[in-house]
Design a protein around this ligand. Structure first.
Ligand SMILES: Cc1cc2nc3c(=O)[nH]c(=O)nc-3n(C[C@H](O)[C@H](O)[C@H](O)COP(=O)(O)OP(=O)(O)OC[C@H]3O[C@@H](n4cnc5c(N)ncnc54)[C@H](O)[C@@H]3O)c2cc1C
Length: 340
């Protein structure tokens, strides 16, 4: 039977460290438990929310319902050949533990995604990305349980997951909080091809004195880089980047881009990505604090809980940023973080 508790303080279940109470909280460890839970009184009486590590969620109030967390923790080889391993991973496995597990087994392709907080289920929902790699590049299929009648398991191929920048089908209304991801199959190469072109990686390798990088060497350099830029959420609450980088049609924004000397990252011939961090910094928010809610001084894309900020305090700060950036640049920032 799933582990069910009541009036659970979620402070330890979200990396912002926001104190909110969930009326009911259940952890499920296998197929039987998730089925039993969806048949239960609590599931059928309440609204519900699937939660991973809470590394991409801002709670703005108590959750009067049932929070469901995956505790499905297996890692199993499905098949392998000389060049690839196909490995099935439970949605409750901590993503960074899996990265290190893969490194220990000489499986590659995810070393650039080291140190990203969260569980494997949440990582797929968000299509996590860092330093030139997205998780979608190694996802083969995703197994999920449709929680509402008619209850059933589905298996989605990588294409069916509709991955794009910080997006997957699991964020769309027909899927979000309706399908509970139980397992992901990753296809990981056994041949290591370093992916170190992303800005800052080569310099980090040099600073770490890593000449001919192995996958572990790349992971080490990226950890080093992340530590120099990001707050440790155990000490300063955050959810990483609060906003997505805006994607705009170059022609429509070329005057603004020229006027403020904005950095552009081409997406295709017409469209480019801008740096949300740069816009927020130019709007004067880098390092700004409203009480315990603030913008990190080393990285303006990161909103922080410096102590006892409430979710509402952080949300109000985010709204101020959106308003000022829109006023200055005519660009509406959208949150990467899910606001509840
Ligand atoms: C310090 C810091 C640095 C970060 N750096 C990065 C980074 O470099 N790149 C990046 O992409 N992200 C980054 N993030 C954001 C975060 O780590 C990722 O979005 C992460 O994948 C969230 O995983 P989670 O388990 O915490 O999901 P949660 O935040 O708990 O949930 C995210 C969403 O997934 C859904 N969900 C979770 N599990 C399941 C499941 N089993 N089935 C169905 N739906 C589910 C939830 O309902 C929610 O909608 C960072 C966060 C922090 C705190």
């Amino acid at each position: 039977m799933s582990l069910l508790t009541h009036n659970k303080n979620l402070k330890g279940n979200n990396t912002f460290g926001i104190e909110v109470i969930a009326s009911h909280f259940a952890e499920v460890a296998n197929d039987i438990e998730i089925r039993q839970l969806t048949d239960s009184y609590y599931y059928n009486k309440c609204k519900h929310l699937i939660l991973g590590m809470g590394a991409n969620i801002l709670f703005t109030s108590d959750f009067d319902g049932l929070v469901i967390k995956s505790n499905i923790n297996h890692i199993e080889i499905e098949k392998e050949d000389q060049h690839f391993v196909h490995v099935k991973v439970g949605s409750g496995v901590v993503w960074n533990d899996f990265v290190h597990y893969a490194l220990e087994h000489n499986w590659y392709g995810i070393e650039n995604l080291v140190d990203i907080p969260g569980l494997c289920g949440g990582a797929v929902v968000q299509n996590i990305g860092a330093y030139g790699v997205e998780i979608s590049s190694v996802v083969e299929k995703v197994r999920a349980y449709r929680m509402d009648p008619p209850r059933s398991y589905i298996e989605l191929s990588k294409d069916e997951c509709k991955f794009s920048y910080r997006h997957s089908i699991f964020k769309e209304p027909d899927y979000s909080n309706r399908y509970f991801i139980t397992e992901i199959t990753f296809k990981l190469p056994k041949d290591f091809i370093p992916n170190i072109e992303y800005k800052g990686v080569k310099q980090a390798l040099a600073e770490c004195r890593i000449g001919n990088p192995t996958a572990k060497g790349v992971a080490h350099a990226i950890s080093y880089l992340r530590q120099s830029k990001l707050p440790d959420y155990h000490k300063i609450g955050s959810a990483g980047s609060f906003f997505k980088n805006p994607i705009v049609v170059y022609e429509d924004y070329k005057d603004i881009i020229g006027k403020y000397n904005l950095t552009t990252y081409p997406v295709n011939e017409e469209v480019c990505k801008l740096s949300a961090a740069q816009l927020i910094e130019l709007a004067g928010f880098k390092g700004r604090r409203n009480g315990d809610a603030g913008v990190y001084s080393k990285h303006s894309l990161i909103l922080c809980n410096y102590g006892n900020a409430t979710g509402e305090n952080l949300f109000q700060l985010a709204l101020q940023i959106v308003e000022q950036v829109n006023y200055m640049f005519g660009i509406k920032l959208t949150p990467e973080v899910i606001v509840w």
